[in-house]
Design a protein around this ligand. Structure first.
Ligand SMILES: NC(=O)c1ccc[n+]([C@@H]2O[C@H](COP(=O)([O-])OP(=O)(O)OC[C@H]3O[C@@H](n4cnc5c(N)ncnc54)[C@H](OP(=O)(O)O)[C@@H]3O)[C@@H](O)[C@H]2O)c1
Length: 324
């Protein structure tokens, strides 16, 4: 049996639960590819899982990580779309058995896509989970149309920074919220109207700016009372998409009164959206926003960086050559 190195989570809690270990290197089954991981990135779900928010779904020891950019090292006998040496990017199944904090990963070919040719592995590792989620929210579920308006909460975050660019590429007018420090960044990404989430009330600002008409669509990436309050800034028959599990009950009375549609998204993994994103990336309509790049053996610091807030875009982890 061949072995590989991985940063393994051995207990839930603080960042000191990760251990560098040698674990079995998986063999690809007939419909799977074996990928040598060059880079991954940290997502909020990583630190949420680490601290135990999803302990009912995750068995320890576990290899976390839900973004991969790498190169195919071996293919199963039924694999049609990939060959050894292909550069690929994808997101492993959330809460699956194996994540990306490791030298290698095995995946069903249907969730893997060719990496955009104009991105390095470091850049490509920013995309799969966060940009794929933005795609599901705005395209598949939110069905944003040319000329519509959208409020994207947390525009400087991993999901939000891609959602702004995607909404602009789709021809929408984009409102977004972020702290003042990141206003220039989100404007450069394409936001038309930026609201300081610390000093301003987005409900009051949007009602004033739209003369009480409201926006067509809201993307909630924040949680808390965001669904309940955002209902006040959506036009009748408008839509809201939320990706955050709700800890506290909220009133949906306003949604009922205005005939709104509310979508809850738990992003599924499939190749088509990564291919669509690749198309936009290669036309320079989507670019990564990189907050910082660290080697995987500094995963503890990387988790702390994202968890404490104040980041802009993605925290990337380099994997190749960083686990010795
Ligand atoms: N359901 C799904 O499939 C799915 C997929 C991906 C992500 N998610 C979830 O979606 C959330 C966001 O993910 P992410 O990757 O974008 O996280 P992230 O990169 O950590 O970004 C979070 C952003 O939220 C901002 N923020 C915090 N409080 C805010 C507020 N009250 N108003 C406006 N912005 C606020 C933060 O800004 P500051 O740091 O400046 O405070 C930060 O920019 C996480 O809870 C994640 O688990 C769900």
């Amino acid at each position: 049996m061949q072995l590989m190195k991985a940063l393994v989570l051995t207990r839930f809690g603080d960042v000191d639960g990760f251990e560098l270990q040698e674990v079995p290197k998986q063999e690809p089954k007939p419909h799977q590819v074996l990928v040598q991981i060059h880079a991954t990135s940290v997502n909020a779900v990583d630190y949420q899982t680490r601290r135990g928010d999803y302990k009912h779904l995750v068995k320890l020891p576990a290899i976390l990580g839900v973004d991969i950019s790498g190169v195919v090292e071996a293919v199963g006998e039924s694999v049609k779309q990939f060959k050894v040496g292909d550069a690929v990017y994808y997101s492993p199944q959330l809460f699956g058995d194996f994540g990306s904090y490791a030298e290698y990963h095995v995946a069903d070919e249907q969730i893997v896509a060719k990496k955009p040719t104009n991105l390095s592995h470091t850049e490509a590792a920013c995309f799969p989970l966060a940009a794929g989620t933005a795609w599901d929210c705005l395209v598949t579920r939110g069905q944003l149309q040319v000329g519509e308006s959208v409020l994207i909460h947390a525009g400087a975050g991993g999901v939000g920074s891609f959602a702004i660019q995607l909404a602009k590429a789709m021809g929408a007018y984009v409102f977004t919220t972020c702290r003042a420090l990141n206003h220039n960044l989100v404007k450069k990404l394409g936001a038309d109207y930026v609201i300081d989430y610390i000093g301003e009330d987005y409900v009051e600002v949007i009602q004033r700016f739209t003369n009480g008409k409201g926006v067509d669509l809201v993307l909630d990436t924040v949680g808390g009372d965001t669904i309940g309050r955002s209902l006040n800034v959506i036009r009748p028959y408008g839509r809201l998409v939320s990706i955050v599990d709700i800890a506290t009950p909220q009133s949906l009375l306003e949604a009922w009164g205005k005939n709104l549609t509310v979508h809850f998204v738990f992003t599924p993994q499939y190749r088509a959206k990564l291919d669509a994103l690749k198309y936009l990336i290669e036309r320079n309509q989507l670019r990564p926003v990189i907050d910082s790049v660290m080697p995987l053996n500094q995963v503890a610091q990387a988790h702390q960086r994202l968890e404490q807030g104040g980041t802009a875009g993605k925290v990337v982890l380099q994997v190749l050559g960083c686990l010795s």
